[in-house]
Design a binder for this molecule. Structure first.
Ligand code: OAD
Length: 392
């Protein structure tokens, strides 16, 4: 039924746009017909920041979690599994903890929409908080799968202090409820499989019906109920997909536009067609950190026809190279972060076993060392004030 519908609709000419192209979409925006834009995102908008997505066949987290000895990959985010074995989650959590990564130009594009007064709402499945880092205001973001901003006991639901959570994250310990009569496991308010989405999601899930443009980026649209959001848009509302591959029912409506490519190059294309590219690059440049490697200069436009063609060929070559490098860097991420941590845990386990066997008392400073805050990292204090460390 769904497929049949898509076939019919794909052949139907667009009703709202002049064509199913990025240029026609940009025209629609320039004509001020897109004033209420909803954006729906997933892990693919953060891969160029260095964070692996979940389901990419070779580089995604789920394809690489065998080393955590999970019964199945998604178990790392499964609440029942977490109850019996929280360590795999915490092994990953430290690496995903906000504050380590720079937003991508795709995140900055969402900020640009907001600065232009066009962003109605951003629905994100991501827990990396990079949208906030990029400057999207918190009240415009629906973090459908929660975030690291708060945490609580999974049994009595008591909130757990942010400063203690940060210490636990960095010292590789699994935190427990401060109420000793409960002592339940503490978990960041990330939505695990088997848990309810936040009420803000349900309160806003009908918003796409009132939007005049939907932009879906970097998601496989495979986890419900988030995956059904694009279908809530009105039939005549243009929907843009920027993603490596075609997902969900995107492409099945007359006013769907597909950019099946890297998110960053896709948003650059749209920004250029809207006449916003310089503004976008400048906005993204603001997110740079002092120790970031310098960015390659963007190509200047409009020379001779031959030069334009040559630039296009160079760009395609670069895209292919960057895709290959991305895969490589995501493998390195897993090797450097997760593997090293597993090895460290194993060493700690071995040390503990030796201590028990020899009935040795742990050295006096062991407790302090494990709880000592790790080195200073760029944080999100400016967006999450409660993450601010208490002054000494
Ligand atoms: P997925 O990993 O399922 O999908 C990411 C999508 O982005 C895939 O279609 C990739 O092909 C695409 N992609 C990756 N890098 C890209 C890039 N640079 N440019 C364009 N496309 C790119 O991630 P999500 O859809 O976010 O849940 O996954 C949804 C949920 O599943 C997550 O929130 C997480 C997971 O289990 C929880 O943590 C509860």
């Amino acid at each position: 039924m769904g497929n049949e519908e898509s076939r019919v609709e794909v052949d139907t000419p667009p009703q709202t746009l002049k064509a199913r192209t990025v240029e026609a979409l940009a025209q629609y925006i320039r004509d001020e017909r897109a004033k209420r834009i909803v954006v729906m995102t997933g892990a693919g908008i953060s891969t160029s920041a260095g964070i692996p997505d979940f389901r990419s066949p070779e580089t995604g987290l789920y394809a690489n979690l065998a080393r955590l000895n999970l019964p199945y990959a998604e178990a790392v985010f499964d609440i029942s599994y977490f109850r019996s074995n929280p360590e795999p989650f915490y092994t990953l959590a430290e690496e995903l903890y906000p504050g380590k990564y720079r937003p991508t130009i795709t995140h900055s594009f969402i900020t640009l929409l907001h600065r232009k007064g066009l962003l109605l709402k951003l629905f994100t499945q991501n827990i990396d908080c990079l949208e906030r880092e990029a400057g999207v205001p918190g009240d415009l973001i629906i973090e459908a799968h929660g975030s690291f901003a708060t945490q609580r006991c999974i049994d009595c639901k008591s909130p757990f202090p942010a400063d203690l959570m940060r210490i636990a994250m960095h010292s590789n310990t699994v935190p427990h409820c401060l109420d000793t009569s409960c002592a339940g496991l503490v978990k960041p308010d990330i939505v695990f499989f088997g848990e309810q989405l936040p009420s803000s999601f349900f309160e806003n899930r009908d918003l796409p019906a009132t939007a005049d443009l939907a932009i879906v980026m970097g998601t496989s649209l495979s986890v419900h109920p988030f995956a059904s959001l694009p279908q809530i848009c009105a039939e005549k509302t243009p929907r843009l997909l920027i993603n490596s591959d075609k997902v969900g029912d995107m492409g099945s409506r007359p006013d769907d536009v597909l950019l099946l490519e890297d998110c960053d190059s896709g948003v650059r294309k749209l920004a250029e067609a809207c006449g916003w590219l310089d503004e976008l690059e400048a906005l993204w440049a603001e997110t740079a950190r002092p120790d970031d490697p310098p960015q390659a200069e963007q190509p200047q436009t409009k020379k001779s026809r031959d030069e334009i063609l040559q630039e296009e060929v160079d760009k395609l070559t670069k895209d292919v190279e960057s895709t290959l490098n991305l895969g490589k860097s995501q493998h390195e991420w897993l090797e450097n972060h997760v593997d090293r941590k597993i090895a460290r845990r194993q060493e700690e386990e071995d040390e503990k076993t030796v201590e028990q066997r020899e009935n040795l008392k742990p050295p006096d400073d062991e407790g302090e060392k494990r709880m000592a805050p790790a080195k200073e990292e760029p944080g999100l204090e400016h967006v999450y004030p409660h993450l601010k460390k208490p002054s000494p």
